[in-house]
Design a protein around this ligand. Sequence first.
Ligand code: GLN
Length: 540
Amino acid sequence: MKTKYIFVTGGVLSGLGKGITAASIGNILVARGFSVFMQKFDQYLNIDAGTLNPAEHGEVFVTDDGAETDLDLGHYERFINVSMTKQSSVMSGQIYQSILEKERRGEFLGKTIQFMPHIVPEVKQRIRQAAESSQADFLIVEVGGTVGDYEGLHFIEAIRQMKLDAGRENVMYVHVGFLPYLEVTEELKSKPLQNSVTDIQGFGIQPDIVIARADHSVPDHICQKIALFGNLSNDHVIPVTTVDNVYQVPMILEEHNVDQMILDHFDLKNGQTKTHWKDMLKKMAKPKTKKVIIGLVGKYMLMKDTYLSVIEAVKSGALANDVDVDIRWIDAEKLETGDTFQLDKVDGILVPGGFGIRGIEGKILAAQYAREHKKPYLGLCLGMQVATIEFARHVANLKEANSTEFDQNTPDPVIHIMPDQEKQMLEFNYGGSMRLGAYPCTLAIGTQAHKAYGKLKISERHRHRYEFNNNYRKILEDKGLILSGTSPDNKIVEVIEIKDHPFFVASQFHPEFKSRPNIPHPLFRAFIAASLDHHKENNR
Ligand code: GLN
């Protein structure tokens, strides 16, 4: 089957769940037996999301092939269970970079470089490449921003032209907009969404489906109005009210027959509905008898999206253990005062990834507390590095041990930049100096990591500059640190554990990126199981 394109645009305002909607469309098509690949366009002039501020933009998601992307790619992977690639994330900066490189190479000799005919075809080229390399039945492309932003015009124009290029029978447009609620008159207002449909029509795109997002239930007459003025049949305006659990959205779309609508649009007959997420949603909704409290020690307390994949992985681990989970935010900087009462109250301690020195001593203290109080600990990337520093300082008596990220002159750089890496850093720019993407890892027999995974060969995603310093392997191992995972050639330490501890596992990689709501990640499942045991022992 020739790849079918579904383009998802947004209107009225950003942050209304366009990514979740796009991912949910993917989900219901996967449920009908089709293969799906996804792509996100972002208007920023950055080359990738790696240099964006996580406090503003949320987490940087990492793909197997090492792309640093917008967090929407995490939604895509969780909703369709397909690994995204570099081709899934396109920022305007990449488009311009590639055009300007071609200009310098003389590929446009004698010509002026213009939006049209140069920028738009470059965008279309990315779309076609993603379709060709994925060979998917459907390519769903989410256009970031809202229709009418002048920064996004090249994307809108490219998706308009795709209908001419790929044939109208192969293209569909879905527009997602918001219905604001007016408190005084207690009603939802449809005008902004109507206007945004008019806007996109003005760019030559007639939406085939409009998704009307709202925080309140949407009366039929509102949908009818949007349909009438938007040139759509009534049933093609789909109300999607805000839900507490985003994994319900595919079901809401199915309830409104969106899967069938899409198949009809493309004249596709096959594709039986499979029982898909229904069991998972039932399991999620079922009241649980137990609850574990997980302390997440971080520094971006006001922006929960910074740890989006970590939180989703914790929830998935909890679901697998059939328990509720209460994730408590513990501000690493506040811990630095030495007051650990917040840590007393949790059943498990999780230190996620991070960059920079702020809050580091608090994170080290959290690792120390977990080790000394035998509380389950899961360290992710930076969480592994602080656990190593803590162990070196307090168990191996290397009092000033540190990572060279935080102290260039430490006498004991237990975490450092590997010598051959340093050479690379001199050659590349700062933005390109990290170990990124999936790397294989071999686990040691009988370790907690081995028990959790149930196998010895794993592959996990990375995003960091610093590594465990091999000169300290023996010193720390002699004191009871277990190197439970290394690169297959044994040159890089990937997982550490602590002897005689119920659960203390910390990885140099980021396992959270591979967790799915219904396929828990082994480390998170084991961490929650250990936290549950801890909870029981303490009769909470
Ligand atoms: N800052 C650390 C490093 O660069 C850890 C990075 C992370 O946690 N992703 O190695």
